[in-house]
Design a protein around this ligand. Structure first.
Ligand SMILES: Nc1ncnc2c1ncn2[C@@H]1O[C@H](COP(=O)(O)OP(=O)(O)OP(=O)(O)O)[C@@H](O)[C@H]1O
Ligand SMILES: [Mg+2]
Length: 360
């Protein structure tokens, strides 16, 4: 990794400054508790600050109250060290924090426009759509672009790619890099891939993600896909509530990581048919409201002949609109004939209807 990354200049990213804080600097944590935490895989103040109460209490064999008190104390220490926002911050300070937000280009300027400039850090962006709609291709393209300097649309960073479907192909990343006249060997070295085989393994990886983000200097974490393993393993077991609870825990951890580490989290999701839909597209995102509520941005991808249509389905501030892009040897790409701008705004009433359709 280059010096710029090591100095942490590029991001206003707290993880680089964290090195000085020891877990025993936290009020109420002495050597014995530190040891227990270490055994549970919690090595840094940051790891503890993003932990979930339920999981921690099981891991260190304590009451939920004790676990919660450790997490709160870790967060307090981060606040005192100005590495985490105070409980209440003024709107102008919130705006300041948003300014530390970075954007990564997707490879298609039309898709970037839909996202108002690219994939954001401090957020969870969900791409969902049927097979072949381009979800994994977007993820592969991001691998090539993230390593690029900020002025070229990248994040000057590593990428963590969590592959739950066995569809990650390094040679595709290489092809995309070559087609974009980028250095493939440098890019391939900056992508850390983890192939995950079952839902418990995925949950474990997400639990330890803070450490991997530090290790790989990653600004993007991709999970392709977030639901396939849980969906397959919990199918027909009558344990839907259990599945949703576990997905929920994982997604909330991802949101905390996105905000605290100033990283972009990309998740892909499948669709399921919704036979009760009489108008419009009879498909909706899998996973129900749990994923919908956890994603900051939801983008629906659809095939349209050789092209793809991306629709912004949910966002706190983007206009609801759609756009067209394509997939070429360069990965995600603009359509030739329409050139760069093809984003169209939709009327709110139509959009509201679509949102109703997607909500369970
Ligand atoms: N080298 C390439 N050049 C052009 N198009 C490509 C190339 N590689 C893949 N594609 C296109 O991308 C499609 C696959 O898209 P992708 O793998 O992103 O689908 P997905 O949305 O992830 O689907 P799934 O739900 O099955 O994972 C192919 O059908 C093809 O149209
Ligand atoms: Mg895929």
């Amino acid at each position: 990794m280059n010096n710029e990354l090591e100095n942490g200049e590029m991001s206003g990213n707290s993880q680089m400054i964290m090195i000085d804080l020891d877990i025993q600097d936290i009020e109420g944590i002495g050597p014995t508790t530190a040891k227990k935490l270490k055994e549970a895989g919690i090595l840094s103040v940051m790891d503890l600050a993003v932990a979930s109460t339920d999981e921690l209490s099981v891991d260190i064999n304590s009451s939920k109250e004790t676990a919660a008190s450790y997490i709160i104390a870790a967060q307090r220490l981060l606040r005192e060290s100005h590495l985490l926002d105070k409980e209440f911050i003024t709107a102008d300070a919130a705006l300041q924090k948003r300014k530390a937000m970075l954007r990564c280009a997707t490879g298609s300027t039309a898709l970037d426009d839909l996202l108002l400039g690219g994939i954001e850090t401090q957020a969870v962006t969900e791409f969902y759509g049927e097979f072949g709609s381009g979800k994994s291709q977007i993820c592969h393209t991001l691998c090539a672009i993230a390593r690029q300097p900020v002025e070229n649309g990248g994040l000057n960073s590593g990428v963590i790619y969590i592959d739950t479907e066995g569809t990650f192909r390094p040679e595709r990343v290489e092809q995309i890099a070559r087609a974009r006249e980028l250095d493939p060997s440098e890019i391939l070295k900056s992508v850390a891939v983890c192939k995950v085989y079952n839902s418990s393994h995925l949950e474990l990886i997400v639990k330890d993600l803070g450490r991997y983000i530090d290790d790989f200097k990653a600004k993007i974490v991709i999970i392709d896909s977030i639901i396939s393993l849980h969906r397959a393993e919990f199918a027909g077991r009558g344990t839907l509530a259990d599945r949703q609870q576990r997905l929920n825990g994982m997604l909330h951890k991802l949101i905390r990581l996105a905000e605290i580490y100033n990283i972009a989290v990309i998740i892909t999701n499948q669709v399921q048919s919704s036979p009760d839909t009489f108008f419009g597209d009879p498909t909706k995102a899998a996973g129900g409201n749990v994923i919908g509520h956890a994603s900051t941005y939801r983008i629906y991808l659809r095939k349209s002949g050789e092209n793809r249509i991306a629709k912004m389905m949910d966002s706190p501030y983007h206009p609801y609109s759609d756009t067209r892009f394509t997939i070429t040897e360069k990965g995600t790409d603009d359509l030739e004939e329409t050139g760069k701008k093809s984003t169209s705004k939709k009327s709110t009433s139509k959009k509201d209807k679509e949102i109703e359709e997607i909500e369970e």
